[in-house]
Design a protein around this ligand. Structure first.
Ligand code: NDP
Length: 447
């Protein structure tokens, strides 16, 4: 592990001591602190005002009980979380994740990353995240609705268009946002669309929000390739996962002339050398709530139960499933097979060792904080449309998304240059995201 700057080492020790057992949060904090050495050398005022220490401590953390009744009439119990991490730039903004692996450490890591990502978009949004250890898999629509209603019966008092604006994430799509918004509207007796993003088009949603994270990722990857005179045209691509981010990344890669040869879920991998049929994948996944094995059967493609998607040869890899899904073995396999770029669609999908291995072997690496920021950027565009009671067309919104991704890309490179790490997107994203928030925190005093 690289050494931390002497002023940052005690900050990291404090993060570990104050948040015991929260390995993912420690990992996310460490990665940012590793990038900030040159910043504290150049700007001692940040350390003097304890900006970095304050940034590592959430402004507010809410944990609550979520009881609900299943279809058999049994009472079920889950735990709900909302971590309101930083509001120096605007209302807390970040998704809700429903997955059995969710605990405070996961929510904190996601909320922490969100601060820098949201800052990078250039839009006025702070950072937060939430969710529950509820597992929606195998649950009926009625069970999911009753769970969402119970979750919102507590969460409503903490959110609002000027306070905290949730959206979707793993396990939370438009259906769940609908149930959550419905209950919020009922309890508060207000049609406050701007309290949620990721809504349906007929009830205040934005065009392109569903596609935004995957599309934005591919726009970003294209800029990285263009920086060395290359493009996506004719490239073979592997995408992990087959959820919202993965599906729309696949769609955009193929629109831009690339060929996605494999994708996955937590059960297995489909290898489809002629290119994934994204319309069929959408029908299987979204229409029938099916699995990758169902896609493979319908398509007549090869399915490897329990397979590792990173062993499938490709030139570009887009991890779009979950944290720490790409580790050293997977990275070594990508290097062996001649991969030239890894761009993260998921949050923190690549382990620190795997990132080092990729970069030591000359593979370009685009961190999720920058590369997957298109989702939250379009959420901020949804908030703008809600505030002005307007609704933009698809092309206009997609153009705005592409411009935002280009500007994030260019800011990462310019900042990496300025701080002595040319071409380093990790340093560029962390430093550019940090300095904007840190300047706002300095201006707002010790709060
Ligand atoms: P979804 O729930 O729509 O999809 C997640 C996908 O990842 C599913 O296909 C799931 O498979 C798969 N998956 C989960 N765990 C594993 C695993 N261990 N191995 C292989 N596949 C796995 O979530 P999203 O697409 O919304 O989110 C994916 C990632 O992108 C997350 O890290 C999220 O935080 C991040 N992200 C999402 C944004 C958004 O706008 N939705 C914005 C920015 C980042 P299975 O069904 O088997 O669980």
């Amino acid at each position: 592990m690289p050494e931390l700057h002497p002023k940052l080492s005690p900050v990291f020790d404090e993060v570990v001591a104050r948040n015991p057992g929260e390995a993912e949060f420690h990992q996310a904090a460490r990665e940012v602190l590793e990038s900030l050495g040159p910043v504290v050398s150049k700007h001692p005022e940040y350390a003097d005002a304890e900006v970095i220490r304050r940034l590592c401590e959430p402004e507010r953390q809410v944990i609550f009980r979520v009881p609900w009744t299943d279809d058999a009439g049994r009472v079920q119990l889950n735990r709900g979380f909302r971590v309101e991490f930083n509001s120096a730039l605007g209302p807390y903004k970040g998704g809700l994740r429903f997955h059995p692996s969710v605990y405070l450490g996961i929510v904190k890591f996601l909320g922490f990353e969100q601060i820098f990502k949201n800052s990078l978009t250039g839009l006025p949004i702070g950072g937060g995240k939430g969710g529950s250890d509820f597992d929606p898999k195998g649950r009926s629509a009625g069970e999911v609705m009753r769970f969402c209603q119970s979750f919102m019966t507590e969460l409503y008092r903490h959110i609002g268009e000027h306070t905290d604006v949730p959206a979707g994430d793993t396990g939370v799509g438009q259906r769940e946002i609908g149930y959550l918004f419905g209950q919020y509207k009922r309890i508060t007796n207000r049609y406050e669309s701007g309290t949620f993003t990721g809504k349906g088009l007929s009830w205040g949603g934005s065009r392109v929000r569903t596609e935004a994270t995957g599309y934005g990722l591919v726009f970003f990857a294209e800029r990285v390739l263009a920086a060395s005179g290359e493009s996506l045209e004719g490239r073979s691509v592997v995408v992990s996962g087959s959820g919202n981010v993965a599906i729309h990344a696949i769609e955009k890669v193929q629109q831009l002339g690339g060929r996605v040869v494999a994708c996955s879920d937590s059960d297995g991998v489909v290898v489809d050398e002629t290119g994934i049929d994204v319309e069929l994948l959408k029908t299987v996944k979204n229409g029938h709530r099916g699995r990758i094995v169902d896609y493979a059967e319908a398509r007549g493609a090869r399915y490897v139960r329990g397979g590792d998607v990173w062993t499938v040869p490709c030139e570009i890899a887009l991890p779009c499933a979950t944290q720490n899904e790409l580790r050293t073995e997977g990275a070594a396999s990508l290097v062996r097979n001649g991969c030239v770029l890894v761009a993260e669609g998921a949050n923190m999908p690549t382990s620190p060792d795997a990132i080092r291995l990729l970069r030591d072997n000359g593979v370009a690496f685009a961190p999720g904080k920058a590369a997957n920021a298109g989702g939250v950027a379009t959420s901020a565009l949804e908030m703008q449309q809600n505030a002005s009671r307007d609704s933009w067309g698809f092309e206009h919104t997609e153009e705005r998304l592409a411009e935002i991704m280009a500007s994030i890309h260019d800011r990462c490179l310019a900042t990496a240059d300025e701080y002595g790490s040319p071409g380093d997107y990790v340093a560029g994203a962390n430093i550019a995201g940090f300095t904007k928030v840190a300047d706002a925190m300095l201006a707002l005093g010790v709060i």
